[in-house]
Design a protein around this ligand. Sequence first.
Ligand SMILES: [Zn+2]
Length: 285
Amino acid sequence: MLHSARVATPVTADAEVVWSACASLLDDVLASASAAAYDVVGIGCGGPMRWPEGVVSPGNMAVWRKFPLLERVREAYVGARPAVLHNDAVALAVGEHRWGAGRGSDHVMGVTVSTGVGAGLVLDGRRVDGGTGNAGHLGHVVVDPDGPVCSCGGRGCAEAVARGPAIASYAVGLGWAGAATGVAVGAGARAGDAACLAAYTRAGRALGIAIASAAALLDLDVVVVGGGISLAGEVFWTPLRVAFDAHAGWEFVRRCRIVPAALGEDAALIGAAALALEPPLVGSE
Ligand SMILES: [Zn+2]
């Protein structure tokens, strides 16, 4: 990592305002001498999307529906360079497989838990795209058929329970009076607040169930979990592991290791570079 910068997503109903924020961010990064020369462009974005065209409709950003993100970046920044866009959780999975906690394993799921819950897959050493480039949406695996309605239109998805805003609203419903964010509720849980602990226990349990289901389906070696909510510590990891152990029956499922992302908060960003360096296939190193 030579240089990095970030900006908050503007709260707006205008898709172009969000694009302008992205463009300003790219301008700022490229103004740094260390980042000014680049050969390929890799982009991670929340799904779902039309792929590989890079027309995105991120579930947690209602302002962008069928937004031609890759085309916009190409027009302004890419020129003749190769450029790829994929789901940011796919990027995380590829990055962790190549350089992080999934290194040396050829059956890896990368999971990100933040504003949404996303995942990407590397199976038999290869990135899995699925029929439309949208494989790996672990956040929309059903963990409670009678659970809350999800932004996707379904009900009881892992994301509807475990995403940061869902954790926060659940804690508030139980009486939490602090800031209504997943990170603040995580701090509350670590301090022993009962409402916050209940919210994290519920979220960790949902993810443990979803991961056990995925491991049974895919015979995974390792599941790498990143994203801001995963940084909350044992209040997040303990209920996840307890639920996984309760629902992982067969030995081939139980052997799956669940570990934190080694590339940290930048895992998806670094993974987008990995995608751009080897778009068709990614092999273990
Ligand atoms: Zn859903």
